[in-house]
Design a protein around this ligand. Sequence first.
Ligand code: C2E
Ligand code: MG
Ligand code: MG
Length: 646
Amino acid sequence: MSQLLQRVARAIGLAKTDEAPQPDVPTGPRAIEEAPAPPAASKPQARRVALLASNEAAALKWGPKWLARFDFDVEQVASCDEMMTYLDTRPLKVALIDINWWSTAESSAAFAGVNDRPALPVILLCSSEREVREGLDSGATDVVRRPYDWRVLGRRADVFARAYETEVELDLTRTKLEEAWKEAEHKAELLEHRASTDSLTSLPQRHTFEKTLTRALDAHLRAGSGIALIHMDIDRFKSINDSYGRSGGNQVLVQAAQRLTECVRSPDFVAGQGNGLVAASLGSLGGDEFVMMVGNVHRPDDVNPLAEMVLDTMSKPFSVEGNEVFASASLGITIAPADGTSAERLLQNVELATIESKRSGGSVYRFYNPSFNQLTKKNLELDRLLRKSLECHEFSLSYQPLVRVTDGQIVGAEALLRWNHPEFGRVPPLDFIPVAEETGLMVPIGAWVLRTACEELRSWIDAGYPRMRMSVNVALCQLLRGGLTEIVEGILSDVDVPPELLELELSERGVLQDSPEILRQLSNLRSLGVRLSVDDFGTGNSAVAYLKGFDLDVLKIDRSYIRGVPENKDDAAIASAMVAMAHQLNMTVVAEGIEREEQLEALRSWNCDEFQGFMVSPPVPSEEFRELINARLSGLPDGPEIEGTR
Ligand code: C2E
Ligand code: MG
Ligand code: MG
């Protein structure tokens, strides 16, 4: 006998008793036959094993039969050691252990083995009163004293086994529930993380950023120092999206977020400025808007180096599907407590400051100023008025002659939009066109301009005027969102105007960008046979080779290069170089803003082709333009040969 068994036997103090066993209740085959079978519906499906550990003849005879009656597969063991192994290794539903079979120590070991598996129901079969007591103390599920009634024993074994099975199932369910709970908790954490973090850039979203800002405001303002918010909006992000698709735009956003992160971690900023700024928190406000919070700000100027660093890093090319894409950013800055003490107010103000930067042409930063609130309200109002004016036909076109340098003949006209509001009077185009571009309203307005200008041209043709071309300005939103090719095609056919007499002006600064979408739109327009011109040349940053890629017909030198001519030698040198370059590219050159004879002289000396300017005429309404033509025609008895193309 193993030492363990002895120790267990001693601990339990169960001794083999000398008491004579009680006779069993006689049971026999008849009794088995009479025993009622448990209801079929309650029969468990899995194999149910009952262990019968006894060497008593009656038990071995009747036990298996009665247990089988209750759907048990009965297994027997020949020794205590075998029983222990059995208990350890085999799945059991109930054990019936006759403690008279073994020596005292073996019985105790059997108890110990049973106790190691506390959930397993164990019915101890015993003889004496003492065994019953000690058996109960040992932790057995039930103790039965001779004589055994195997009908009752079978039933008890069945009930205990069912309870055990239920308990096992419950355990399993509990484990599954615990696992499901853990998984649900994990998912909830993930969801919370997702809800608070921008999935693309991994930066905190507005709501989370607002909370951080509120906490920081509390701490900083109590400590007597200020906080700066820097809001960033990527310039012309919409056209990046239009040109490279959503995934291209996303690549820019991810890189922009990385660059901002580098900025706030930059030792130049944190340590180098010596102004003790506390490194910032970043947030994504959705789309192409980001926000940065900087602590320990004492004067607005403290933030300038960081703002410049951000502008600088955003002006470097982004990599989109292997292409270098240039973008820039507009920044707004607001300082707490001067501009507000709540997160909500500060975020509102900083966004207004960014709008101001955009208005100034982008790639700059602006500090918030209370007048911006008024300005935004004014823009909203303007947008409302513009919509109404489009319905009420309050727009009109003026026409400015395009004049040939060599002989002063009118070769065409530029159609320029005019808004005469019944209440506010004449609103300058540069005051309302940018707002209409921002809101997309320039798409229907631009279509109206095109149709009206073409109808005017048609009336000139019908009146028998010499061939002249009509030049119409086109905004970026028309090119990207307006279905411009279809609109132009429709108008040309409705109004019956030769396409080569229509010229579309694309501003170098605002429209001509090296994006696949723009190139596609331009080539569609070209296929209609219309002429394309680059307007305001010199105000953007196109290289010559870049211009060549657009395949344009006309180059219009911006007025700013003409204003100082001929006195300003630099302007004159640049403008004359522009003429030479455009001729090399086989383009017609038009100089804008000619007001004086000396300027025209200069144009002649550079071989510039055409000009427009107040010297001949400002933009005038259609009737006046006709008068102008009529006067010219009547002044030239042989009839002028005014040509639209070179
Ligand atoms: P732009 O296309 O460069 O048009 C020429 C501008 O220069 C016109 O200003 C014209 O009045 C002005 N100008 C012409 N000659 C002289 C001159 O000798 N001296 C001076 N000081 N100015 C001269 P306007 O009509 O105020 O238009 C301003 C800008 O508004 C246009 O510049 C164009 O960019 C935009 N615009 C006008 N109409 C439309 C339109 O229908 N659609 C779009 N998208 N933009 C338009
Ligand atoms: Mg123009
Ligand atoms: Mg221009």
